[in-house]
Design a protein around this ligand. Structure first.
Ligand code: ATP
Length: 227
């Protein structure tokens, strides 16, 4: 059975009083990989904010990872966010902690308290991104691509249903971007949906997938990449 992990029906997305995207409908299935494109200011971040319940749904209906966005209570938002792995540029690693401590910090903040289970989960997540050997390293001892892999490992810790990635290849050179993309694809094939906002046309052309696009106040499905 195909399962929607994201389903929006006729949602209007506002920033303050400003209607950014109107009548947004979107379905994303378990394990799907989808690019989110659109020019600067077109509404990509606003759409992601709706999905992690930072912006409220007033008009229309929205479900994400089993949570109803229309009537979600503030106290439930952290539980929704545990079902989401967030890979954003402005959510970087803590520079004064090792990789292990960075991941442990997130586990403790999300209710884990058994040292052995935490240690096992940290190693599993690092194995998923090929970074087990970096356990004791500080972020500044890692390359940009390695840091991004650790950010992805951190996003995987709580077995999310969806990864929301905002420009995950933004500061990386093309070869390293391709590695990160392949890693996110592998994660989606293992059952976690990936929604990736990007301006990186090179990567989209190299690894074509379904594209959704913010344009002129609307969300267009199955969009075509135009330069
Ligand atoms: N906090 C805010 N308050 C008011 N308006 C905002 C706020 N954040 C964004 N906007 C406006 O909403 C619109 C969409 O912005 P959004 O950040 O979603 O675009 P974006 O596609 O993510 O752009 P970028 O590619 O530059 O990140 C823009 O017109 C922006 O000015």
């Amino acid at each position: 059975m195909i399962q929607n992990v994201i389903k929006l029906d006729n949602v209007d997305i506002y920033q303050q009083k400003h209607l950014v995207l109107s009548n947004v409908s979107l379905s994303i299935d378990k394990g799907e990989f989808v690019y989110l494109i659109g020019s600067t200011g077109s509404g990509k971040s606003s759409l992601l904010k709706v999905l992690y319940a930072d912006l409220h749904v007033q008009q229309g209906q929205g479900m994400v990872a089993g949570f109803n966005l229309k009537n979600i209570k503030d106290a439930e938002v952290p539980f929704l966010r545990r079902k989401l792995g967030i890979v954003f540029q402005d959510f970087q690693l803590l520079t004064d902690r090792t990789v292990e401590e960075n991941l442990e910090f997130v586990l403790k903040a999300t209710g884990w308290n058994n040292d052995k289970s935490m240690n096992e989960r940290i190693l599993e997540s690092l194995d998923n991104v090929g970074m087990r050997s970096k356990l004791k390293k500080y972020p500044h001892e890692l390359s940009g691509g390695e840091q991004q892999r650790i950010v992805i490992a951190r996003a995987l810790l709580n077995h999310p249903e969806i990864i929301l990635a905002d420009e995950p290849t933004g500061n990386l050179d093309p070869d390293i971007s391709a590695e990160i993309l392949l890693l996110l694809k592998k994660i989606s094939e293992a059952g976690t949906a990936v929604l990736m906002a990007t301006h990186d046309h090179y990567t989209i052309n190299k690894f074509p997938q379904r594209i959704i696009k913010c344009e002129n106040g609307k969300l267009i499905d199955n969009a075509v990449l135009t330069l």
